[in-house]
Write a new protein. Structure first.
Length: 296
């Protein structure tokens, strides 16, 4: 069983600000850090740091060298990442003293995937292999459609959410990893219970992992539901916390751990991620997660 992550690779320009810039305001930032990021790349790194072999597919621009090097340093297979003319994707991220962020995305090369490239990549994967997706690249629906026809298992983190997603073949998705805001947008429900009930009605075959920030996480499968509390830590930067959760969650499932252990490990990993600045740079390794858990 192989894991393919078809996803974005970004350069993150992270600015420390006193508050989020308001409409019409010009605000001086306190600091700029440039890191590798992108939901796709972050999730591949989280999977790799959780002990999984990952194949990353996607596109980078002419400036994509550092993105590829970063993946390779983590042992991620980048044979399916193509380089194209123009710029790689990037994100402009503001981080406040409370660790909150807001993100402006430029898709760049991430929006230049082609059906030919998808078909070529999927030809190397088989029934039962995993396809992990986020919503920062083009052709997500085509990927879901083609991979499900091959019998691959599809894991979707529908982030950033956009209305268009609701028209995709989401009934083919095996596992959704969503936060509360995405859950509301996808279902129209208000409370976590209502969100999960409505999503189950819409996609009865799927499993849902609903992250609730400081309130923890709820895993819902069939009629069962398991909730695990979050770890209380001091956040300095929440960027990539969700990506870290996704990578460690999926790794736990594929490593055959029990459901509660999977959730605790993923919550611990994202708690560690918010305690450090940056996206990919903040993602912990499995040994750090185990140490954190052993101290609780
Ligand atoms: O989830 C965090 C990521 O979102 C950042 O790394 C940024 O690139 C955006 O894609």
């Amino acid at each position: 069983m192989k894991v393919l992550n078809f996803g974005s690779l970004n350069y993150d320009y992270t600015y420390q600000v006193s508050h989020m810039v308001r409409p019409g305001e010009t605000l001086a930032s306190k600091n700029l850090q440039i890191h590798c990021g992108g939901k796709g790349l972050n999730q591949s790194i989280a999977l790799a740091r959780a002990g999984m072999k990952v194949y990353h597919a996607g596109m980078v621009g002419e400036d994509g060298g550092q993105l590829l090097d970063t993946c390779r340093q983590e042992g991620i297979d980048t044979d399916f990442v193509l380089a194209c003319e123009g710029k790689s994707g990037h994100a402009v991220i503001q981080v406040t003293p409370k660790g909150e962020n807001c993100i402006l995305l430029y898709g760049g090369a991430n929006r230049k995937n082609s059906v030919e490239h998808i078909d070529k990549v999927l030809a190397s994967f088989d029934e039962g292999d995993i396809l992990l997706l986020q919503n920062e690249i083009n052709l997500v629906n085509e990927l879901i459609d083609r991979a499900s026809r091959k019998g691959m298992k599809i894991v979707l983190n529908p982030s950033p959410f956009e209305e268009e997603l609701l028209g995709y073949r989401l009934d083919k998705v095996n596992t959704f990893l969503i936060n509360e805001t995405e859950g509301r947008q996808m279902s129209g429900g208000k409370t976590p219970e209502e969100i999960l009930m409505r999503l189950h009605e819409k996609y009865p075959e799927s499993e849902f992992v609903l992250t609730l920030g400081e309130k923890g996480v709820c895993l819902s499968f069939g009629k069962e539901c398991l909730t695990v509390p979050a770890f209380c830590v001091e956040a300095v930067d929440t960027t990539a916390a969700g990506d870290t959760f996704t990578g460690f969650y999926l790794a736990g499932v594929l490593q055959g751990c029990g459901r509660e252990e999977i959730l605790r490990r993923a919550c611990a990993a994202s708690a560690l991620a918010v305690m450090k600045k940056g996206a990919a740079a903040s993602i912990p390794r499995m040994k750090d997660v185990e140490l954190f858990l052993s101290e609780r």
